[in-house]
Design a protein around this ligand. Sequence first.
Ligand SMILES: Cc1cc2nc3c(=O)[nH]c(=O)nc-3n(C[C@H](O)[C@H](O)[C@H](O)COP(=O)(O)OP(=O)(O)OC[C@H]3O[C@@H](n4cnc5c(N)ncnc54)[C@H](O)[C@@H]3O)c2cc1C
Length: 310
Amino acid sequence: MKEIIDLAIIGGGIAGVSASVYAKRAGLDFCLFEPKVIGGQLLLMETVDNYTGISLGTKASNLAAQLEKTLSDLQIEVVPEEISKFEISGKQVKLVFSEKLLIANAAIIATGASFRKLGLPGEQEFTGRGVSYCAICDGFFFKNKTVAVVGGGNSAVEEALYLSNICSKVYLIHRRKELRAIEYLQKELFSKSNVEVVFDTVIEGLKGTDYLVGVGIKNAITGKSGALSLNGLFIAVGVNPNTRVFKDILSLDESGFVVTDEEMKTNHNFVWSAGDCRKRPLRQLVTASSEGAIAAVSAYKYLKGGYISA
Ligand SMILES: Cc1cc2nc3c(=O)[nH]c(=O)nc-3n(C[C@H](O)[C@H](O)[C@H](O)COP(=O)(O)OP(=O)(O)OC[C@H]3O[C@@H](n4cnc5c(N)ncnc54)[C@H](O)[C@@H]3O)c2cc1C
């Protein structure tokens, strides 16, 4: 590998792969870093929903394999390394991986995010079998069914509101006596006749064999245990962006998401960010993919001073 390259693309989820496709077609000298299998969060889901042009029921692993094939068809080599240190030095970035140093004239951060787990036994096994972390992705499968959302912040209330338009009954289970969500969301939530907020309550366990059928609950004040029969459980206790390496270097919001402008530019005019690690209103494949493309075109304009014609 060279010691200085034009562009480093960090993360081989759909955002990083999309950025790589555009960078390759623009003739940039770049490296794509991904320490795991190409596809990022695609490897955590069963089927792909909401991605325009992809047939309903498409296996996420098939889409991940297609991303890998696209890279190999375009002869884009993946560097199987995790970037452990990221520094700005003048108008360049310094990247450290496995005690090696690489200098790049520009970088695209596409390191994604991870949903926080409840940490319950069986949570992993039931994911995609009644347990979900994304109402927009999976809510459709619970039409006219009974579900619960766990959490008390804006995301949990938004998920509950979204599900209230699809499901017959939605419980919102929160461990404290008050929600943390902003006032207008709470007002809307309490106006829904099919939503019941269960305060001061924690989930003790998941019930079911192949598929979730309910949860064990416990009142955090009285200690009294109970159970809820459910078809689905949506866990909305937060999302962690994978941006620890960029802390104090890039502008991050209070939750750690990278702040960019609409061309995906960060606070450094030679660093862009795309996908779930970026502060954005919709964390989905379609947005991550398009942001990767925009970030690569922005990088091209910066590096070559030119434009890619449509
Ligand atoms: C269970 C589940 C179901 C979902 N269902 C849907 C759905 O049906 N439809 C939909 O549109 N969206 C869905 N989503 C959301 C969608 O998967 C994400 O919005 C999208 O995959 C984000 O892509 P990304 O490239 O931004 O990040 P990611 O997919 O998170 O990829 C980031 C990559 O960066 C790598 N990385 C991280 N740190 C470093 C580092 N320091 N150095 C190098 N590499 C690094 C990671 O290994 C990872 O591969 C779902 C998500 C989950 C978890």
